[in-house]
Design a protein around this ligand. Structure first.
Ligand code: TA6
Length: 277
């Protein structure tokens, strides 16, 4: 455990050979960094704000129990709460667990008792996160969930995403219209904000620039593709126009509709990210 900016507690997880490591904050169970042979796979904004109550720009924010705007704060509250460290395993495939439960503040805005566990696993060339939701309430509750992963790219203008051909998506930058992806390879020419419904269930894996593979569990089959482009990046204090070419968000989630979880029940959703070279 070590101290990250502004006193936030962080953990570093290194695989057995020392070739890969992950840094995660207890705040938000937020993965800040994943390096393989010293290459940084994730994007973290140089203007990111590290303050309690604020979301961190970059890495992997955990979106729960609400994706996007709604009755709760944007993207829910899991990303702005401090999680507790649980079991850690430092042998072979290393892993750590982080936990979050309801408290006075969450009950005020979302009146349900829950326990969340995130398990992070690291191996030579891959990294996974599994979210377990336990309904500890006396009734069914509903949520959406997503891993809002920011990937580093050489240049968004030459970035290529494949694996979503023929998938139906909601185009948030075109009045929320429903469209079908006609391209085998998605390229970026402007602001992009799309929810590909069941995109992860397509027969081809999702690939970023042909070498980063992103796979969601069958319970997390929606794929969000986002880049704010120049103007919106400029308008965001924690991004800046210099940063929009440097990242793409490829987000695995269950966001197209809500998960309904009965009392005492568990739900699991996960993503696995693998480098193919
Ligand atoms: O997942 C895409 C998205 O919902 C976009 O609409 C955009 O707003 C982005 O997330 C970032 O949201 P944030 O609350 O972190 O600024």
């Amino acid at each position: 455990e070590f101290e990250y900016k502004t006193g936030l507690s962080a953990l570093r997880l290194t695989n057995s050979s020392g070739s890969a490591s992950v840094e995660v904050l207890l705040y938000g169970a937020h993965v800040l960094s994943w390096t393989v042979h010293n290459k940084q796979i994730l994007f973290l904004s140089d203007k990111a704000i590290f303050e309690r109550g604020k979301a961190i720009r970059g890495g992997i924010p955990i979106v729960w129990p609400q994706f996007g705007p709604g009755p709760l704060p944007q993207h829910g509250f899991a990303r702005v709460k401090t999680w507790q460290l649980g079991k850690t395993n430092t042998n072979n495939d290393v892993s750590i667990e982080l936990h979050l439960s309801h408290d006075e503040d969450t009950l005020k805005i979302w009146p349900h008792k829950f326990n969340l566990t995130i398990t992070i696993r690291l191996s030579e060339k891959s990294f996974s996160q599994e979210l377990t939701v336990h309904n500890q309430d006396d009734q069914t509750f509903e949520f959406t969930a997503l891993f809002h992963t920011y990937f580093t790219v050489d240049n968004i203008k030459t970035t290529k995403i494949s694996g979503l051909n023929n998938v139906t998506y909601m185009d948030k930058v075109d009045e929320g219209k429903t469209k079908t992806e006609t391209n085998k390879v998605i390229e970026f020419t402007g602001e992009t904000d799309r929810v590909y419904k069941n995109g992860g269930k397509n027969s081809n894996p999702i690939l970023i620039d042909d070498y980063i593979q992103v796979i969601g569990s069958s319970t997390m089959s929606d794929i969000v593709v986002w880049n704010p482009w120049e103007e919106k990046a400029k308008g965001a204090v924690d991004i800046g126009e210099h940063n929009f070419p440097k990242f793409v968000c490829i987000e695995v989630g269950h966001v197209n509709d809500a998960v309904k979880l009965d009392k005492d029940q568990l739900w699991k959703g996960s993503q696995e990210i693998t480098l193919l070279k």
